[in-house]
Write a protein that binds this ligand. Structure first.
Ligand code: FES
Length: 119
């Protein structure tokens, strides 16, 4: 019996090169499901989350990146980039997306993965 396997690359969407994202900054990527924010930390870790703050929908891609988190530009909620959870006393979360960096510097985001915590 033959089984058809779906290539691993099918659900990966290449957003550009690591060098396209400023250190301690972000790039917004528009997807059919809505915008996502792709962040690059000082140590070149890359995270992708929905570009919509769980508080009142602020653009997280315009926030300040620090210590593996982003501070929303509207009311200063701090969102953990790895988990998508609001930190401190604030309650809420955003969907996170798996990210991979290729050897040639291309950054891809998984469209089928993610934390599934928030829609
Ligand atoms: S909209 Fe982000 S903290 Fe209020």
């Amino acid at each position: 019996m033959n089984e058809m396997s779906i290539p691993d690359t099918q659900h990966w969407f290449t957003i550009g090169r690591l060098s396209d994202i400023p250190r301690r900054g972000a790039r917004q990527v528009l997807l059919p499901r809505g915008p996502i924010a792709v962040f690059r930390t000082q140590t070149d870790e890359v995270y992708a989350i929905d570009d919509k703050c769980p508080h009142k929908g602020g653009p997280l891609s315009q926030g300040i990146v620090h210590d593996g988190a982003v501070t929303c530009p509207l009311h200063n909620w701090v969102i953990d980039l790895q988990t998508g959870d609001a930190m401190g006393a604030d309650q809420g979360c955003v969907r996170t997306y798996e990210v991979r960096k290729d050897a040639d510097g291309l950054v891809s985001v998984s469209l089928s993965g993610g934390s599934g915590k928030a829609e």
